[in-house]
Write a protein that binds this ligand. Structure first.
Ligand code: PMP
Length: 397
């Protein structure tokens, strides 16, 4: 019956994470999966989210289905978080925001919608990008190509090459852009570079699809929404998928959203309608619980500032780990430049380590990195940063 079903090779990151779980070595270090761990190596339960949960549970009654587009309090709170409550596009009713099953769900719903309504459009993703981008959009039937992004020579951005490629793109191509904290490289556009991108998006009639999975981990919750607000200010119509997996440490609750900025409120009504149809065909409606925690944290006058302070603490801890790793490595291998650990932002750094060096790190030292050389810096802590630096120094010398 199922002889024709091929074996699934597994997702490289999730498989590595499973291998880590089975590794019996007590001093193993997990820098593979994109999860924020605290200094004790644990996934935090944020006090603001915990307090929100107690309130939500105390008030909980029957568990009806949510509407296809999700809970209205969640959708409104998320829209205000992304664009600002007073933004003209918000006031004009030009933005559609849907609660989705994680931001992965938002990417998928957006992908299905694009395939249906822009059938000739190719999707351009950064080289490299999060592996699942290609999988999700190809799964929606979209042809996925790349634009230049990471500069292996400098550990920075190939911005000129990126712009040239976008200038040469077919009109109405969809361009997937990481709004902050690029996964896997940690290399972001500056505000000036975002501004320089806008005329190209306009001239080529490119459709931006922003992915904002790490809001707050770059410069701040507001600052990391810079690209979202710039494109909205510039009158562009675009998509943005955002996530609360990392910013509220709600991974398994699958809290995300998809927003579409439309030219006017009438078009927004139809886009919302067709998005609902897309969701109905996929999973019918999103889950209730996690979204209510998010909505409560975002709108409760006591919990909101608590959460904002917790995000600052997570971001500062990662930056401290970047600094310590940089300092130990620079001391051990004085001839080499590790400044990329300081300039790259968010949870990830591209270390430039080869697949073989990553294998050695895993096999000889129990230090797990994705074979592309991507390190989840948020897996470092005061107890393992020194050992990690020593192991990296060993495979590099
Ligand atoms: N986009 C990017 C760039 C990511 O790194 C991730 C998570 N690894 C996601 C989207 C999906 O996040 P979630 O579905 O948990 O919201």
């Amino acid at each position: 019956m199922f002889q024709h079903v091929e074996a699934y090779p597994g997702d490289p990151i999730l498989s590595l994470n499973e291998a880590f779980g089975k590794d019996p070595r007590p001093n193993k270090i997990n820098l593979s999966i994109g999860i924020y761990f605290d200094d004790a190596g644990k996934i935090p339960m944020l006090p603001s989210v915990r307090a929100a949960e107690l309130k939500v549970v105390a008030e909980a009654g029957a568990r009806p289905y949510l509407p296809m587009e999700g809970a209205v309090n969640f959708r409104t709170a998320v829209q205000h978080l992304l664009f600002g409550a007073e933004h003209a596009a918000v006031k004009a009713g030009r933005i559609v925001t849907l609660q989705t099953v994680g931001s992965s769900g938002g990417l998928k719903v957006g992908g299905d919608f694009i395939h249906r309504y822009f059938p000739g459009s190719v999707m351009l993703v950064s080289d490299p990008t999060w592996d699942n981008h290609r999988a999700v959009f190809e799964g929606s039937g979209i042809t996925v190509k790349t634009y230049p992004y990471y500069d292996a020579a400098t550990g920075g951005l190939r911005f000129d090459a990126m712009l040239e490629a976008l200038k040469a793109a077919e009109k109405k191509s969809v361009v997937l852009l990481h709004a902050c904290c690029h996964n896997p490289t940690g290399v972001d556009l500056t505000q000036a570079q975002w501004q320089a991108l806008v005329p190209v998006l306009k001239e080529r009639e490119l459709i931006a699809f922003l992915d904002l999975a790490y809001q707050g981990y770059g410069d701040g919750i507001e600052e990391d929404a810079y690209a979202v607000r710039l494109l909205a200010d510039e009158g562009l119509s675009f998509f943005v998928a955002n996530s609360f997996s990392k910013s509220m440490s709600l991974y398994g609750e699958r809290c995300g959203a998809l927003s579409v900025v439309c030219p006017d409120a009438a078009q927004a009504v139809n886009v919302l309608g067709q998005m609902k149809a897309t969701i109905r065909r996929n999973y019918s409606n999103p889950p209730l619980h996690g979204g209510q925690l998010v909505a409560r944290v975002l709108t409760d006058p006591e919990l909101r500032p608590m959460w904002e302070a917790e995000v600052v603490a997570m971001r500062d801890r990662i930056q401290l780990m970047r600094r310590q790793l940089h300092d130990v490595l620079s001391a051990k291998l004085p001839g080499r430049d590790f400044s990329y650990f300081l300039t790259q932002r968010g949870m990830f750094s591209y270390t430039g380590l080869t697949a073989e060096q990553c294998d050695r790190l895993k096999d000889e030292f129990g230090v797990y990195l994705v074979r592309s050389g991507r390190m989840c810096v948020a897996g470092l802590n005061t107890g393992n940063v020194e050992a990690t630096a020593k192991a990296i120094a060993a495979v590099l010398s």
